[in-house]
Design a protein around this ligand. Structure first.
Ligand code: ZN
Length: 353
């Protein structure tokens, strides 16, 4: 978790390296390499019809060691497009347009996480040139329901190691109904697109306050904690700095919240207290409390899902039950901020080709 934030922040301060973490990549121009299939190469490449791009940018791939490796799209790549087109059709127009800025959607034959997204940062000012995403192939082909996938992920935070996407009785129970009862893929794509829109539009924005010296050239949490959220940014709603929530949003068990690569983590004995403590904060979900970036991605996803009356997201512990979609609908300033964001004339990455 801490590493993840470090990597994001290094990008903000203009390092020349490419960085990767489990959920988001930031590459420099010339670092995204892939070879389309023969039929994709010879088809007309649409810059404006975002739906028709989907079969052209869908790329089934074997695992790669790093995001800069050259990747060969397998011949059956376009067959994965139908599932993505179905998700495209239910997304609001502002999210449909993200498909137009994507250079490639990797359908990963093997992937440890659920999905990831990435951008190509064109210059030190943070302008975004192209973008890409990757999804675990099973999620595209097997129509897994949101309850199984999101429940499996939720239980990871409590140290439960179950095969994908099994939801064990000893962990918190998650019950999710997505609009039109679509599969987990709907939620996952909205979440990843939200990361792309965050970076392309500087929704999260931290600055070094005037009169303060912030030495961000190497990893020192104390230096990063000197950054403050820019007035009016998404970050200012819940975060004191990129590493810590505002005091009124922080709760005792927050310090143990971790999903991947954790040195310390919540355990089964924390379930009841954790949700009791999370409930009064303005974080819409467990994952939203991890970092400003996940806070934005989760909140945008809730904003999009909650446009449909049939959306439900329930968490149950042995003694309590929490309706997250109701929490979002009552979330006041964050809901308003997100609605304003979605009404803005948003910036999109321009695809490389
Ligand atoms: Zn994420």
């Amino acid at each position: 978790m801490k590493l993840l934030i470090y990597l994001i922040l290094l990008v903000f301060v203009g390092t020349s390296h490419a960085h990767a973490w489990e959920d988001f990549y930031i590459l420099k121009p010339g670092q995204l390499h892939f070879e389309r299939t023969v039929s994709q190469k010879f088809s007309h490449f649409s810059q404006s019809d975002c739906r028709s791009r989907i079969p052209q940018i869908t790329c089934v791939v074997n695992p790669a060691q790093n995001p800069q490796e050259s990747r060969q799209c397998q011949e059956d790549s376009s067959s994965a497009a139908a599932a993505l087109e179905k998700i495209h059709d239910i997304l609001p127009p502002k999210l449909q347009k993200v498909f137009c800025g994507l250079d490639v959607i990797y359908i990963e034959n093997e992937l440890e996480s659920l999905a990831y997204a990435g951008i190509i940062q064109a210059d030190a000012q943070g302008n975004v040139r192209g973008s890409f995403m990757g999804i675990r192939r099973a999620l595209v082909e097997q129509n897994y329901d949101a309850t199984s996938v999101l429940g499996w992920k939720e239980q990871k935070a409590f140290g439960i190691k179950a095969p994908p996407f099994v939801h064990l009785p000893e962990g918190p129970r998650v019950d999710v109904t997505l609009p039109a009862s679509l599969s987990a893929l709907h939620y996952i794509i909205a979440h990843e697109f939200a990361h792309i829109l965050d970076f392309a539009n500087s929704a999260n924005n931290f600055i070094c306050p005037e009169g303060v010296t912030c030495n961000l050239s190497e990893w020192n949490p104390e230096e990063f904690k000197k950054l403050t959220p820019k007035d009016g940014s998404w970050s200012a709603l819940s975060w004191k700095n990129p590493l810590e929530p505002l005091p009124e949003q922080k709760f005792p068990l927050w310090s143990k919240l971790c999903f991947y690569g954790c040195s310390e983590q919540l355990g089964l004995e924390d379930i009841e207290a954790f949700y009791h403590q999370l409930n009064p904060t303005n974080f819409v979900s467990t994952y939203a409390a991890v970092s400003p970036f996940e806070d934005f991605a989760e909140s945008l996803t809730f904003a999009v899902m909650a446009e449909h009356d049939d959306f439900q997201y329930l968490i149950q512990t042995p003694y309590a039950s929490y309706s997250l979609e109701a929490k979002w609908r009552d979330s006041g300033p964050k809901k308003i901020w997100m609605q304003d964001f979605l009404n803005r004339d948003l910036k999109y990455p321009s695809p490389l080709k």
